[in-house]
Unconditional design. Structure first.
Lengths: 218, 267
């Protein structure tokens, strides 16, 4: 855990509002760990899952407000991390189901663990990606329904996409979900990112961000 | 109490020492631990936070392990590294007056390890507000003073009476200092989502400045100023109106290194 600055290497536009930001620097991290990035538009830093793109440290950013817009525009970002627990997949065949903003995380998980990756997007992407892509709600649901023969799934995306995916996949394999609770410190100090689970209160910045779906949505 | 530099990490936000991973301990005069209550507290249900450019509202609700477990941790050397690196302030509260006394009594054997005890009389996220009953508050201040032989700080807010009156009462009861101010009850409405909690951040600064200014006129207490201190200029303003030390809280969320920048004012 440390403070650092990251300088932008490349900005890759995926859709109208979604980008991959890659950096000149590299930091050591585990899959699904994240960094807390300072913005000018909020007094708390924002968490972004760490990954890789074109062999560089990278994050995905979907612009949903001034803070995420700021992160896309800046050339130098102040951050601390890596935060959270790294995701260690259980044995067997696995797949990550993700949105375009999670492409760097997916690339990292694929490289480290050789899992399959499926990307669901609301619109076409402006670049070619090395994973199967489905566009639109119905094709995405059809994809989820078609998945067979996996021992585990990891779902990373918006709250709504995660819940929909979990409901379809929960009876097919063990399902892990990267939750998106609001965070402030990212280091376990403030207790702000509490999540009620079947086994008690969890704090996503130290116990997560990935939890078993059944712990939360039993 | 001598703090070098006169910079305190605020209770709650600072957790149980986690920020030492990100801040040079030489830049911290004292580190206030998260408030410990008599019984363990689960805290409030999520969502617990919302932030904007100028404020943060938190509804943590004093989540903590309770004094029994805390003492086990203390004896189990969980905090030994923290004690080696910085002065530590113990923060405590109760769900009624008696629980304040019970926590204090349990902590008597360990009081020498701490630079001070900060009694949290003003958390906006719990039902009990000690400041709303001056008679009982006075009894509490006297009873706690009797039981504890440590530098005693009352953390007071602006709800429940003028801060200078409460601070004077604390001074008259033999207390050594005050922390001014706590977060203030506030509400955030965002569509269907409503978060009731305590507001902190830059919006608090003018209120906290006035509180420090008024208490300094009425008392000679050690004043730890807290509320919207985001940079060196804010810190200077609080010292100018009478603060003995400043407490950094919400600013840690934006940039933990701000503590080191402010500390440079003293080196």
């Amino acid at each position: 855990m440390e403070n650092f600055s990251l300088t932008k290497h490349e900005l890759i536009q995926l859709t109208e509002d979604t980008f991959i930001v890659s950096f000149n620097e590299w930091i050591e991290f585990e899959p699904t760990q994240f960094i807390m990035i300072e913005t000018e538009t909020s007094i708390v830093r924002k968490p972004f899952g760490l990954g890789r793109w074109n062999k560089r440290l990278a994050i995905g950013v979907q612009i949903i407000g001034p803070g995420t817009g700021y992160i896309v525009q800046q050339n130098v970002l102040n951050a601390h991390g890596p935060c959270g627990r790294g995701f260690v997949p259980p044995g067997g065949k696995g797949a990550m189901i993700a949105t375009p903003a999670c492409l760097p995380m997916a690339m990292d998980l694929k490289e480290r663990h050789g899992c399959d990756v499926f990307i669901g997007s609301a619109e076409e992407l402006s670049i070619e990606i090395p994973f199967p892509l489905v566009v639109g709600d119905e094709p995405f649901l059809n994809l989820l329904r078609s998945l067979r023969g996996y021992n585990w799934f990891l779902i990373v995306g918006s709250d709504q996409m995660e819940k929909v995916s979990y409901d379809v996949l929960k009876d097919k394999a063990e399902v892990f979900v990267s939750f998106n609770e609001y965070m402030a410190c990212g280091i376990g100090a403030c207790k702000g990112c509490a999540k009620e689970t079947r086994t008690g209160l969890k704090h996503l910045c130290i116990d997560g961000p990935v939890l078993r779906g059944e712990e939360v949505w039993s | 109490m001598e703090l070098r530099p006169p910079i305190v990490i605020a209770s709650g936000i600072g957790g149980m020492g986690e920020y030492l991973k990100l801040i040079d301990p030489k830049c911290i005069g004292a580190y206030t631990l998260k408030t410990i209550t008599f019984k363990p507290r689960h805290g409030n249900p999520p969502p617990r936070l919302i932030a904007t450019q100028n404020y943060l509202i938190n509804s943590i609700g004093l989540e903590n392990v309770g004094v029994k477990k805390f003492i086990e941790e203390l004896r189990g050397q969980v905090y030994d590294e923290l004690f080696r690196k910085v002065k530590v302030i113990f923060s405590f509260a109760g769900e009624n007056f008696e629980e304040y006394l019970l926590v204090a009594e349990k902590m008597v054997p360990y009081q020498d390890r701490f630079a001070a005890f900060e009694c949290n009389f003003s958390c906006p996220n719990v039902q009990f507000n000690p400041l709303s009953n001056p008679t009982e508050l006075k009894r509490m201040l006297l009873e706690l003073r009797k039981r504890l032989n440590v530098f005693l700080i009352a953390k007071i807010g602006i709800e429940g009476g003028f801060v200078e009156d409460v601070a004077k009462l604390a001074e008259d009861c033999g207390w050594n200092g005050v922390t001014l101010i706590n977060t203030i009850r506030a509400l955030h409405v965002d569509g269907e989502r409503i978060i009731a909690g305590g507001v902190s951040g830059p919006v608090l600064k003018p209120i906290a400045l006035r509180a420090v200014y008024e208490v300094r006129k009425r008392t000679s207490l050690f004043i730890i100023a807290s509320g919207g201190i985001m940079n060196e200029e804010d810190a200077q303003q609080f010292f100018k109106v009478g603060a003995s030390a400043i407490s950094i809280g919400t600013a840690l969320y934006k940039n933990p290194k701000i503590v080191e920048k402010i500390a440079k004012m003293f080196y």
